[in-house]
Ligand binder design. Structure first.
Ligand SMILES: CC(C)(COP(=O)(O)OP(=O)(O)OC[C@H]1O[C@@H](n2cnc3c(N)ncnc32)[C@H](O)[C@@H]1OP(=O)(O)O)[C@@H](O)C(=O)NCCC(=O)NCCS
Length: 228
């Protein structure tokens, strides 16, 4: 299958994507690994190409810088161990999932509110007032029972092949290992694909507002080893 390549030429920032080839053999041809700093530009690009209710946000009027500053940068900087990508055998990153174990802590660090955390004081783009507002919007009622949250986006050519499920399961595995009791996420009500996807991968809809549909999934912490 041929479609847009993510990444462009080495060293070129923000270039128009070229061709990508997903290997025959389906999702098995795509491996999942932890994201590195070198993936940032590709992840930004995928975010822009899927940021309008699952569709291309470029040319939609959506502020693309804000999109990345809200939904990519803080996750890569504050929770790099939860950032995973799907990479083809040819080394093309075609999708990602980003998340955080504890939304309240994440929001506090994003605001730069942790005095000992000098790194967090400049997380991502946006003015301090904007970051304050974005961080506040993360503090939804669901965090009480489902403290983690995540984001996932795949290039159109990588969708519908099982990669989304695999990325979700990998993030869920990492969240569970980190001791999280549950994960929530918000979906644009116009995003019919995502509204169908999440119930298929273990999430339950708990709230539907005009601007967001909220899904949750409980996580079972690993059992402590039995001492005999
Ligand atoms: C939503 C998204 C992450 C799903 O990942 P995916 O790899 O396409 O989904 P999978 O192939 O793993 O599908 C898993 C299940 O969900 C179903 N599903 C996924 N997308 C679907 C769609 N658009 N319509 C109907 N069912 C869908 C599949 O049929 C499958 O069900 P089954 O296993 O019971 O047969 C991906 O399509 C995507 O990135 N879309 C654009 C960006 C986006 O919307 N992100 C989410 C924002 S909240």
């Amino acid at each position: 299958m041929t479609a847009g390549r993510v990444g462009g030429e080495p060293g070129r920032v923000g270039g128009e994507p070229g061709p990508v080839v997903l290997e025959a053999g389906g999702p098995g041809a795509v491996r999942i690994r932890t994201a590195t700093g070198a993936d940032r530009r590709v992840i930004d690009e995928i975010c822009r190409r899927t940021g309008d209710a699952g569709g291309d946000a470029r040319g939609s009027g959506i502020d693309l810088d804000e999109l990345v500053a809200r939904y990519v940068d803080p996750y890569l900087e504050l929770e790099p161990a939860l950032a995973v990508v799907g990479e083809t055998a040819a080394g093309e990153v075609v999708g990602y999932a980003l998340g955080t174990v504890d939304t309240a802590t994440f929001a506090r660090r994003w605001r730069g509110g942790a005095p000992a955390d000098s790194h967090a004081a400049h997380v991502g783009g946006g003015a301090a007032a904007e970051r304050e507002r974005w961080a506040e919007e993360l503090m939804v009622p669901e965090i009480a029972e489902y403290p983690s949250h995540l984001h996932i986006d795949l290039l159109p050519e990588a969708q519908g092949r099982g990669l989304g499920r695999r990325l979700i399961e990998e993030v869920v595995r990492r969240l569970t290992a980190a001791g999280s009791s549950g994960v929530h996420l918000g979906v644009d009500p116009r995003n019919a694909g995502a509204l169908t996807f999440y119930p298929r991968v273990g999430f339950t809809e708990v709230r539907r507002d005009p601007e967001v549909v909220v899904f949750v999934r409980g996580l079972t912490p690993p059992r402590a080893p039995t001492v005999t």
